[in-house]
Design a protein around this ligand. Structure first.
Ligand SMILES: Nc1ncnc2c1ncn2[C@@H]1O[C@H](COP(=O)(O)OP(=O)(O)O)[C@@H](O)[C@H]1O
Ligand SMILES: [Mg+2]
Length: 360
């Protein structure tokens, strides 16, 4: 089976690493000459709106999926005429726009921060008066790794901020005084069967994910699964979806969804029976889902900007290096380490060792 992937970054690369043993082949559509997934399949180097190359991709593959949510809606609509595309155009439409996303949470009775649609500085001033400060202004589309957003703490922060974010449609959200951030990785098959990985605790630095630790018997697991199930059913979703939540007042508030494999699920490569990457491919290909059970205690640490010396990373016990083969650049995700240990005490000790290596 040949899978077409829109986007050729590290998520595409890891999909191919998981799908190749299942006998799958891959083609990646990505305009970047140095797309790091290209090492693992065919690289169609073209813009996402290039209909000749989209047609070529559709002719060559059995189905198309994607590794980022900002794929233009027209690209998905065009491809869908010729080849199955999973997840659906509708799932993408909702997940790529924070206004649609939060409106859906509200309609489904899922708690979420207070929010308002912002089309002008005047809208922002009105919304700040209603929601209060602190608050977070985010562009409705195209934001990632904390880009395209600004925390507003006082009146001076509010002034001129709409223009600062590019005078594009935005969302204002109430600032959530969260005690923690967790994410749930779910996979839903074509027949509706749904499985969940254990909740993951996430720590961010300047908006970029730094550390994910998989939990055991998290008290909010059932609640997170309930909220997530509502979304998956509503969208008749197929594939892996990630749900980011704030932990607050002993409950959860939904932050955002990602209609794809997710950084906070990378630990599943060594830490679960079947990884998020393999399960995504199983789901979109109409194959039976794999077990989401955790194997040992797991964590993932991102390498941002550079990967420490390979020999030093792999010299750490229980440590599995994932190097994306990308050029090193400040603020860029270029690799990660997965730790899989026999118990929590060992895991915490090994996390400290990897963090010390990053700080060297
Ligand atoms: N409403 C909020 N209240 C408090 N912190 C927030 C809020 N929205 C975002 N953040 C912080 O910023 C991070 C990135 O925001 P997010 O909306 O997840 O955007 P991205 O698409 O960049 O991941 C979150 O993980 C969280 O730490
Ligand atoms: Mg996020």
């Amino acid at each position: 089976m040949k899978i077409g992937v829109i986007g050729g970054g590290q998520l595409g690369r890891m999909l191919a690493l998981a799908g190749t043993p299942l006998g799958m082949n891959f083609a990646f559509l990505d305009p970047a000459p140095d797309a790091c997934a290209a090492a693992l399949g065919e690289h169609l180097r073209a813009d996402y709106g290039d209909q000749d190359h989209l047609r070529q991709l559709a002719d060559e593959v059995d189905l198309v999926t994607f590794e980022f949510e900002s794929v233009p809606a027209e690209t998905v609509a065009f491809l869908s005429q010729f080849v199955p595309v999973y997840p659906s155009a509708e799932a993408l439409r909702i997940a790529r726009d924070r206004w649609f996303e939060k409106s859906m949470f509200k309609d489904l009775g899922i708690p979420t921060p207070e929010f308002a649609d912002i089309q002008s500085q005047a809208d922002l001033d009105v919304a700040v008066a209603r929601i209060g400060l602190p608050a977070v202004l985010k562009t409705r589309t195209l934001g990632y790794d904390g880009k395209g957003q600004k925390v507003l703490r006082n009146a001076a922060d509010v002034e001129g901020t709409f223009a600062e974010l590019g005078s594009v449609p935005c969302l204002l959200e109430g600032f959530v005084p969260f005690t923690g951030e967790v994410s749930l990785i779910a996979v839903r098959a074509r027949d509706g069967e749904t499985r969940f990985y254990p909740l993951v605790h996430n720590t961010h630095d300047s908006g970029i994910l730094k550390l994910s630790v998989a939990s055991s018997d998290h008290p909010l697991q059932a609640l997170a699964e309930d909220y997530s199930s509502r979304v998956l059913k509503q969208l008749d979703y197929v594939g892996v979806m990630a749900f980011e939540f704030f932990e607050v007042d002993g409950g959860l508030k939904a932050n955002e969804i990602a209609p794809r494999v997710h950084n906070s699920g990378h630990w599943t490569t060594e830490g679960a029976e079947c990884s998020q990457f393999e399960n995504h491919l199983r789901a979109v290909a109409g194959l039976p889902l794999g077990s989401t059970a955790k194997v040992g205690e797991s964590a993932m640490i991102n390498f941002i900007g550079e990967v420490p010396p390979v020999d030093k990373v792999i010299a750490i016990d229980d440590c599995h290096l994932h190097h994306y083969g990308k050029a090193f650049k400040v603020g860029r995700k270029v690799g990660h380490a997965n730790l899989r240990c026999v118990d929590q005490a060992t895991l915490q000790a090994q996390i400290i060792k990897v963090e010390a290596l990053i700080a060297e």
